[in-house]
Design a protein around this ligand. Structure first.
Ligand code: GCU
Length: 596
């Protein structure tokens, strides 16, 4: 029995992690329902008094009961309806100064009216909640979720009341050694209901999930599957792609599952031509519409091939940090601002670091023609030998794959960033790689590895590379390692005939701070590093792309330098106020040259 299977069995049997969540409903915004976004009442609960009693035992009369004093002598020491509010979606840190550094529990409550159509089903869908969430409907526990960057949903058909309802969510973002990510990250731990919350109403039997993409290395064979959920599972459905003249009959089995393969003449998706098709899946009781692009991505030795033709990935790394204001990006406008800057830079590729970004960001990348590297927060030194940590990472991975599998823009799944070499780590990441290969054979797998430096030679020799399709490598030559002027002296040794992406390089600069190129934090210093890196990069064997660190300055609790950082990581090419630094134009010029 393989290491991974034994881990999974041990964890399921002994875990105090929440049971496996309900399978995700694909394309939540394409469904009927009701948004629960807006102002939610909150109770800030630093001592988790609403959950634990004074003996630190979970209490039966917690805040999830939403109790009200019924008489003047009643003792109820909280009251949601007289409490302050926070906006959802949105992190709490950027909404109130007193919450800027807050890590702990906040209780959210939302009252809503609902009249369910008879015979229909109802689901609660959360885009994300950082980090751990317990969900209660009308005081009844509905479920829980761990992981701050992936969605979860619960069926509430038998729990909803006709008319008034109240939803309470306990969100806790305390960092944990056994967490994914673990205690230290170089990004702000934005807590709360950071993405949209909605009700999804479906017919009794509905199209719960589907995967429709081109077969690997084929330009005209569409392959995929459909999963129904309900009591009439054996059905004849239609997959319609009117613009391509496709109307394909598909029949589900007793379990409501159908796989299909059929031919179709399609215009392929690419950055130059981000063609998306209206795809309709029509079952007897339910119809779902989606916009899907079709493309193939593969490797030929060290070459990356998009739709069979070699490509170079002109990229940039991006954190899900709102531009121009504080906080985690959570609106379409935030996403469009970030991706528009990337396009302006001349990018055809973005690395969305270090966790799955919000779904609208991926759909926008589809639309704008930006290829994507998507990653789970297996970041730095998580506990690789801990089975529960594996199960947590594996579940976050399955949620990312499930949510975004129909996005043509995503060409690479990454299983981690700068993780330390070692046997437990290798087994852990091999397990995740195996999980992806089983679920999605259409995309490439990578990870951001670290390099070995000896004298003037840089070696790409992380054993993990044997299991990757594309090798990602982070290097900070001229910033953390060596002086800028030494960069041209360095040689690269790469024994892997696989595409290589320099997934991070860069330097810090405070916008508007000018001086000599040897003076740290000046725009000139950062720009010098870019000039020298660009020269060196072109000599690296097997280089298939780059994603410099990073598009915009972003909040980091590890960056306290006064008047320079002030809790901002300053490696952005653009400041947090949207001001472009000198290096932005240097990279833009390089990308223009590459397109000539
Ligand atoms: C690391 C890491 C990033 C971090 C960056 C930096 O390589 O992957 O998350 O922000 O370096 O130090 O700026």
């Amino acid at each position: 029995m393989s290491f991974i299977i034994s881990i999974i069995l041990i964890t399921i049997l002994s875990s105090n992690l929440p049971a496996q969540n309900e399978p995700l409903i694909q394309n939540p915004d394409g469904r009927h329902g009701l948004s629960l976004d807006g102002a939610w009442q909150i109770i800030i609960d630093p001592y988790d008094n609403g959950y634990y009693d004074y003996r630190y035992q979970p209490r039966g009369d917690g805040y999830f009961l939403n109790q009200k004093s019924r008489s003047e002598s009643d003792l109820i020491e909280y009251d949601f309806d007289r409490s302050e509010t926070l906006n959802v979606p949105g992190d709490w840190n950027s909404q109130q100064v007193k919450l800027f550094l807050y890590e702990g529990t906040i209780w959210y409550k939302k009252d809503f009216q609902y009249h369910q159509q008879p015979g229909h089903r109802l689901f609660l869908y959360f885009g994300a909640a950082n980090y751990a969430a317990q969900v209660y409907l009308n005081s009844q526990k509905i479920g829980e979720h761990i992981g701050g960057f992936t969605p979860f949903n619960f069926e509430i058909t038998d729990r909803i009341m006709d008319g008034n309802n109240f939803l309470i969510v306990r969100v806790n973002d305390q960092r944990r050694r056994e967490g994914v990510p673990t205690l230290n990250t170089d990004w702000w731990n934005y807590g709360g209901l950071t993405r949209s919350v909605r009700l999804i109403e479906t017919p009794q039997t509905f199209i719960r999930d589907y995967f429709i993409q081109l077969k690997k290395n084929s330009r005209d064979t569409i392959q995929g599957w459909i999963q129904l959920d309900g009591n009439s599972l054996k059905q004849s459905l239609k997959v319609n792609i009117p613009a391509a003249g496709i109307s394909q009959k598909v029949v589900t089995n007793e379990q409501g599952y159908a796989e299909f393969t059929f031919k179709g003449k399609l215009e392929l998706w690419s950055p130059e031509n981000p063609k998306l098709y209206d795809v309709e899946i029509a079952a007897k009781s339910d119809t779902v519409l989606d916009r899907i692009g079709f493309r193939t991505i593969s490797c030929d030795g060290a070459k990356l091939l998009l739709n069979g033709s070699p490509i170079f990935l002109r990229g940039v790394s991006i954190h899900e940090q709102t531009p121009l204001r504080e906080g985690r990006a959570c609106t379409a406008a935030d996403d469009r601002r970030l991706l528009t800057w990337a396009k302006e830079l001349g990018c055809n590729f973005v690395r969305l670091a270090h966790y799955p970004h919000n779904e609208p960001m991926l759909r926008l990348a589809d639309e704008m023609g930006l290829m994507v590297w998507s990653e789970i927060p297996v970041y730095w030194t998580i506990l690789f030998d801990n089975p529960e940590v594996y199960q947590n990472a594996s579940r976050q991975l399955s949620e990312m794959l499930s949510r975004d599998k129909n996005r043509a823009a995503i060409i690479i799944w990454s299983v981690g960033n700068e993780t330390p070499r070692g046997d437990a780590r290798l087994e852990f990441l091999k397990g995740l790689i195996g999980q992806i290969r089983e679920y999605d054979p259409t995309r490439l797998i990578s990870a951001a590895t670290e390099l070995n430096y000896s004298d003037n030679t840089i070696m790409i020799n992380d054993p993990l590379s044997n299991y990757l399709d594309v090798i990602g490598a982070n290097e900070y030559l001229g910033w953390y390692v060596r002086k800028p002027e030494e960069i041209p002296l360095l040689a690269w040794k790469n024994t892997y005939a696989k595409p290589l992406i320099i997934s991070e390089f860069g330097a810090g600069a405070k916008f508007g701070y000018h001086g000599k190129p040897i003076t740290r934090w000046t725009e000139e210093y950062q720009n010098r590093v870019y000039e020298l890196q660009i020269e060196m990069l072109q000599k690296i064997p097997c280089l298939a792309g780059i994603t410099p660190w990073i598009l915009t300055d972003f909040r980091s609790p590890r960056r306290p330098l006064p008047e320079i950082q002030d809790f901002w990581n300053r490696k952005g090419l653009i400041s947090e106020k949207g001001e472009k630094k000198m290096a932005f134009y240097t990279l833009q010029k390089f990308y223009q040259q590459l397109q000539q």
